[in-house]
Design a protein around this ligand. Structure first.
Ligand SMILES: Nc1ncnc2c1ncn2[C@@H]1O[C@H](COP(=O)(O)OP(=O)(O)OP(=O)(O)O)[C@@H](O)[C@H]1O
Ligand SMILES: [Mg+2]
Length: 208
């Protein structure tokens, strides 16, 4: 008997290695013969990509509630049009960021209404089977952003305190929901972190 398709999210601050590890995890699951959809937020469905552009184009300096609602609009489209159909078809879904990112950035780090964000998350109605919270120290994240050549300006603008709040927010979420979340020490090289993640995924979600 084959286990049902699973929904796995990767979370953590900028430069933690989410996109790198999401790709490596999708490759590893495919190598085990599983069908896998690799996707990321915001976006992942036609309407959600339109909302992504609204969020990221820089044309509007969105108010915090509007920004929060746009993230959830994109997410609702992504879940209804892409993620649920994939899971129903037996495809595993690996998603780079999901609602924990909204709770951490718009809630913990920017001071938005966390109770309201929790209600929006429950309205989405889809809970990940497993959330991997990639954790690195702030200087590691900054060094990786610099090496990648992006987002260093964001760091200069927001400052160390912001990134410290982001890290603490993810740690809080993981501590409050250990049945869903695993914190992954992501300081090591990418291959070592990938092996750690695969071992945890196999222990938590045996592919059958
Ligand atoms: N374990 C690692 N050790 C060293 N460098 C890494 C590691 N993982 C990723 N990197 C590098 O660090 C940079 C950031 O990684 P990545 O883009 O995967 O992070 P991210 O969490 O997706 O960031 P963002 O939130 O900004 O999208 C990339 O240049 C990547 O190649
Ligand atoms: Mg990324």
């Amino acid at each position: 008997m084959t286990a049902p398709a699973r929904f796995i999210t990767l979370e953590g601050g900028e430069g933690a290695g989410k996109s790198t590890q999401a790709r490596l995890l999708a490759d590893a699951l495919r190598a085990r013969g599983l069908p896998v959809l690799l996707t990321r937020e915001p976006g992942g469905a036609p309407g959600a990509e339109i909302v992504r552009n609204l969020l990221l184009s820089g044309d509007v300096d969105w108010s915090l509630p509007a920004e929060t609602l746009l993230h959830f609009s994109a997410r609702a489209e992504h879940v209804e049009k892409t993620i649920r159909p994939a899971l129903a078809a037996g495809t595993w879904v690996v998603c780079d960021r999901f609602y924990d990112s909204t709770m951490v950035y718009q809630g913990f780090a920017l001071g938005g209404d966390r109770a309201a964000i929790a209600v929006l998350a429950s309205m989405i109605g889809l809970v990940p089977d497993l959330t991997l919270v990639l954790d690195v120290k702030v200087p590691t994240a900054v060094a990786r952003m610099r090496a990648r050549g992006t987002a260093a300006d964001r760091y200069e603008r927001l400052g160390e305190a912001f990134f410290t709040r982001v890290r603490a927010g993810f740690a809080d979420i993981a501590a409050a929901d250990p049945a869903r979340c695993m914190v992954i020490d992501a300081e090591a090289d990418a291959a070592t972190v990938a092996a750690r993640i695969l071992a945890d995924v196999e222990a938590r979600l045996p592919p059958g």
